[in-house]
Ligand binder design. Sequence first.
Ligand code: 13P
Ligand code: SF4
Length: 305
Amino acid sequence: MNIAEINKKILKLKKEKNALILVHNYQLPEVQDIADYLGDSLELAKIAVNINVENIIFCGVKFMAESAKILNPEKNVILPDISAECPMANMVKSEGLLKLKKQHPEAKIQAYINTTAEIKSYSDICCTSSNSAKVANSVDSNKIIFVPDQHLGRYTETLVPDKEFILWPGSCPTHHRIHKEDIFKLKEQHPNAKILVHPECRLDVINAADHAFSTNGMVNYAKKSDATEFIIGTEKDMCYRLKKENPEKKFYPIKSAVCPNMKKITIDKVLKSLETLEPKIKLSDDIMKKAKMPLQKMMDIGRGD
Ligand code: 13P
Ligand code: SF4
């Protein structure tokens, strides 16, 4: 079957199965093209709550689909490849987190949304890259255990200097591999380009940039900015959406920045998921109940970028 035939079948099945397709900004271009909604982790969580539909086909990684399920236990959330996990989300385990909490009983746990549902269930509040400082400011303690992304934690610490942060030593392998030399090389070739990077980058990369934004933050900035060229320090397929929505502007990706787990979702797998309504996200009622509280608190705070 060619892409056009697959897309036609997807369109027909969506109606038959009362389903909508939510797609993260890092997905393959052909998956982005079949999205009903495209967004970053906070935006997709918000959309999942607001759409009136029986089945959500979630094209992203597992923690995103789990968050949609936790916020909507009555809807089916289907992840077309159940092995599409964020490696950073698995870098913090509950045993280690509880041990750390015991050492700092007065600290509150702020969990990046890139965590398992179990870790969320032990956390006081969640955040995404779009609102980590706003969330940290809302926490009623001056000491925060921030898990699992040390880079986002360190960046947040610079924005919330009056609080003490205990950083978990995790990081996103895709963003950790971006070095400031990669950015400088592109800047040499494109001296007029604005540099936008994701807050999962190392702090020296963030400091070398003009702005650090969540993926939707980049979309909003690129649209509004008078600049016509941008160096994009994040997963390379972010540039597909940016280019599609701003055809008159130029976007320069870090070509080696690929998230292999995001790429596990293909349109063939989306079609299969619509046919079978599998694989569904399944979580215990107990975990869902406990993980909902920190997620809901974050949703109530909203965007910060
Ligand atoms: P955003 O919420 O900015 O889309 O980030 C999600 C993510 O996993 C970045 O690596
Ligand atoms: Fe996880 Fe990094 Fe992939 Fe985002 S880009 S899903 S943080 S591995």
